[in-house]
Design a protein around this ligand. Structure first.
Ligand code: ATP
Length: 304
C-alpha cells in the first residue's frame, strides 16, 4: 500500500456538552449544545496529516459496535487509508466525556476502551503492509510495550520515527535512542528533562538535555511563542504567526501532523516546522478539535 505516513495511536469518540459550569460532585446540570466528534491524539494527528495533504494510514483499535463504526466512517471520509484499523470484539471504543463551560474551561474523563488493547503483534503485522512508509508518527495514549515494538521495527526497517510524548510516560526515557524526532510541549519537556521552562532560552536548555539522552532532534512547542528545534549541532527558534487565538485544543496535534506531511514529501525539518507553525496558528483561531484542523490550501493561502 502506498501510504507514506503511518500514524499509530488512539481513537476516541469525543462527546462534548456545553454547560453554564462544570458540575460539582453530586450535582446534575442541565447543559446546552451536544457535539460528537472523533478525538484522541492518534485520530487528531491522522486527520491533520490527511487534511494537510499527506497519504496517511492510521493504525488504531476501535470497538466492534456503535461508536466504532461511526469512527471508521469518519476516518474514511478524511481519505485516511483504513486497512490499519483494527476492531476489538470484546471492548467498546475509547470515549471522552467532555464538559465545556462558558469561559472555555473543561473537564474530561476518558475511558480508553479498545485503545488499551492495541497490542504489539497487531501493530507490527499492520505495519508490514505499508512498505512505502517514510515516517511513523506515535503518541503515548497506547500501551508503552506497543510503542517500544514500533520503535524497534522502525529502526530495523530504517523508517523515520517521530514521537509526540503525550501524555508523558517516564518509560519513554529508556527508548530515546530509537527516536528520530521528539515533539514535547513545554510541560512534557520539563518532565522529561528536569529543567523548568520559562522562556526560549530555558526551552533550549531543556531540549539539549533531552538530546543528550539520545533523541536525534527535539522540537519543543511553546504555544504562541512558536517552537524550538535542537539537535547536536545547535538550537533555533521558529516564531509562531501572531493570531487572535480563541481555542488551542488540538494545536499540538495539528503541529505534529503537519511536520509528518512535509517530511514525507522530502522537505527539510526547518521547512516542516515553519509549515507546522502556520497550520497550528490557523487551528487556534477556531473552536473545537476536529473542526479546527485546517486543510492544506488554507495553510498555503494564509497571510501569516
Ligand atoms: P494542545 O494540547 O492544546 O493541543 P500543546 O500544549 O500540545 O497544545 P502548544 O505548544 O500549546 O501545544 O501549541 C502547539 C503549537 O501550536 C505551537 O508550537 C504553535 O506553533 C501553535 N500555537 C499554539 N498557541 C498559539 C497561539 N496562541 N498563537 C499562534 N500559534 C499557536
Amino acid at each position: 500500500m502506498s501510504s507514506k505516513i503511518i500514524v499509530v495511536g488512539s481513537s476516541n469518540m469525543d462527546m462534548v456538552v456545553k454547560s453554564t459550569h462544570i458540575p460539582a460532585p453530586g450535582e446534575t446540570v442541565l447543559g446546552g449544545d451536544f457535539l460528537m466528534n472523533p478525538g484522541g491524539k492518534g485520530a487528531n494527528q491522522a486527520v491533520a496529516a490527511a487534511r494537510l495533504g499527506g497519504k496517511v494510514a492510521f493504525i488504531t483499535k476501535i470497538g466492534n459496535y456503535i461508536f466504532g463504526h461511526q469512527l471508521a466512517q469518519l476516518f474514511g471520509e478524511e481519505e485516511i487509508n483504513m486497512k490499519g484499523i483494527l476492531a476489538d470484539a470484546n471492548s467498546p471504543s475509547g470515549i471522552a466525556l467532555i464538559t465545556v463551560d462558558e469561559v472555555g474551561e473543561n473537564s474530561i474523563v476518558v475511558a480508553p476502551g479498545a485503545n488499551a488493547h492495541l497490542n504489539k503483534q497487531d501493530v507490527i503485522t499492520k505495519l508490514k503492509a505499508y512498505p512505502a512508509a517514510k515516517i511513523i508518527l506515535l503518541q503515548l495514549e497506547i500501551p508503552i510495550e506497543t510503542v517500544e515494538a514500533i520503535l524497534r521495527y522502525a529502526q530495523e526497517k530504517d523508517i523515520r520515527i517521530m514521537v509526540n510524548p503525550a501524555p508523558v510516560n517516564k518509560r519513554i526515557l529508556n527508548l530515546f535512542p530509537f527516536i528520530d524526532i521528539l515533539t514535547p510541549n513545554a510541560k512534557e519537556a520539563e518532565m522529561l528533562s528536569g529543567i523548568a521552562i520559562s522562556d526560549i532560552e530555558t526551552a533550549k536548555l531543556a531540549a539539549s538535555e533531552i538530546c543528550k539522552k539520545g533523541v536525534k532532534e527535539v522540537i519543543i512547542t511553546l504555544g504562541k511563542l512558536g517552537a524550538i528545534q535542537v539537535n547536536k549541532d545547535g538550537a533555533r527558534h521558529i516564531e509562531a504567526p501572531q493570531v487572535a487565538a480563541i481555542d488551542t485544543t488540538a494545536a499540538g496535534d495539528v503541529f505534529n501532523g503537519a511536520i509528518a506531511v512535509y517530511l514525507a514529501e522530502g522537505k527539510t525539518l526547518l521547512e516542516a516546522i515553519s509549515f507546522a507553525c502556520k497550520a497550528a496558528a490557523i487551528a487556534v483561531t477556531k473552536l473545537g478539535a476536529y473542526s479546527s484542523i485546517p486543510y492544506r490550501k488554507e495553510v498555503l493561502l494564509a497571510n501569516t
